[in-house]
Design a protein around this ligand. Structure first.
Ligand SMILES: C[S@@+](CC[C@H](N)C(=O)[O-])C[C@H]1O[C@@H](n2cnc3c(N)ncnc32)[C@H](O)[C@@H]1O
Length: 327
């Protein structure tokens, strides 16, 4: 879940979950209040301040349309600090599963007959490795969603002490409803392995001759994606759980087509919206917190105006002093 262990000090806005005074200063600059939805005139994207566990909220943002791809990144129930907004930051496992059951059953009603469903999730090594395995078991209650894969994204940097293995992984679960199309994608990593021979049409061929690409497929362990940190253009100061655009673009490429509706019920920094804008998908996304919904809309506006995918270490709220809240 965590993107930044080092480097927060360089950013022009402190983590928004840690500073309630800063949050109170930002709220007046947020255009949406709880229950409201902003509709993009150009592409039809929608951004709301809604609750993923409330049926009415999902009905409201979907407006009768159906989803081809879900890319959800809920809170992981890890204790990562004092949360000012997100009182789900650490609850009992039973309550966390109740929360998960509720948002999963909520979104299922809005899926196309053939749809893809991805969930990012974590495991707390200091607390029985919850909630990752418990979530997987809970998902067996939903007959319509079949497990397809369990992807691990390997971060370059990890966290932890010298007394344990560095935690350098992010888990991504993949399920499908029906039989949706899956498009094979490739990394930029050159294919080097030689020597797998196979006879095709009576001719002995080496595996590189048979390849469809000079580069390897991502497989279910992704090692070619940098986690977001303050030197990257896509970084959004204030956000503490931002996912890399490259990962979301990969999901969108393989599991949807142009014009499809993609939903992300936990918008945060708006990564899915930016990835979808780049890939010509229609994105419906929302967050419980009006500040994250505002950041999500501003990030799209900035991308359209300047072609920049984030703020790097600069402040998304120029209305307040750029150093406000920075540590
Ligand atoms: C792990 S972050 C998502 C990160 C996002 N994928 C990104 O790349 O920026 C989880 C987000 O879920 C939001 N959230 C928590 N409970 C929610 C709920 N019931 N409905 C909608 N959003 C919620 C939090 O405010 C937080 O911004």
């Amino acid at each position: 879940m965590e993107k930044k262990n080092v480097g927060d000090a360089k950013e022009r806005l402190q983590r928004l979950d840690l500073n309630s005074e800063l949050r109170n200063r930002l709220l007046p600059f947020c255009r949406l209040r709880s229950g409201e939805i902003w509709e993009d005139e150009l592409r039809g994207h929608r951004v709301g301040v809604l609750d993923a566990t409330r049926h009415g909220d999902l009905d409201k943002i979907m407006g009768g349309e159906l989803v081809a791809l879900v890319v959800n990144d809920p809170p992981y129930n890890l204790k990562v600090g004092r949360s000012a907004t997100d009182n789900l930051f650490k609850i009992s496992l039973k309550d966390y599963l109740g929360f998960s059951r509720s948002w999963v059953s909520n979104i299922i009603h809005h899926l196309q007959d053939d749809a893809h469903f991805y969930v990012w999730l974590g495991a707390d090594q200091n607390d029985g490795l919850q909630p990752f395995p418990d979530f997987i078991v809970m998902m067996r209650e939903f007959d319509t969603l079949k497990p397809r894969s369990f992807i691990t994204l390997r971060n370059q940097r990890g966290y932890g002490s010298q007394k344990n293995w560095m935690w350098a992984r992010q888990e991504l679960l993949y399920y499908t409803k029906g039989k949706p199309d899956f498009k094979v994608t490739y990394t930029d990593i050159p294919k080097v392995l030689k020597g797998y021979y196979k006879t095709v049409d009576g001719k002995r061929t080496e595996n590189l001759e048979r390849s469809k690409s000079d580069t390897i497929r991502p497989g279910n362990v992704w090692v070619d994606i940098q986690q977001v940190f303050y030197r990257m253009e896509e970084n959004v100061p204030g956000c503490y759980a931002q996912k890399p655009l490259k990962a979301i673009e990969r999901i969108i490429d393989s599991s949807s087509k142009e014009g499809d509706i993609v939903i992300d019920c936990f918008a945060h920094s708006g990564s899915t919206l930016i990835a979808g804008e780049k890939k010509n998908r229609k994105i419906f996304t929302f967050d419980l917190d009006p500040i994250f919904a505002e950041i999500t809309i501003r990030r799209l506006e900035r991308y359209r105006e300047l072609k920049k995918t984030g703020w790097q270490w600069q402040n998304p709220f120029p209305e307040i002093d750029s150093d406000v809240g920075s540590s």
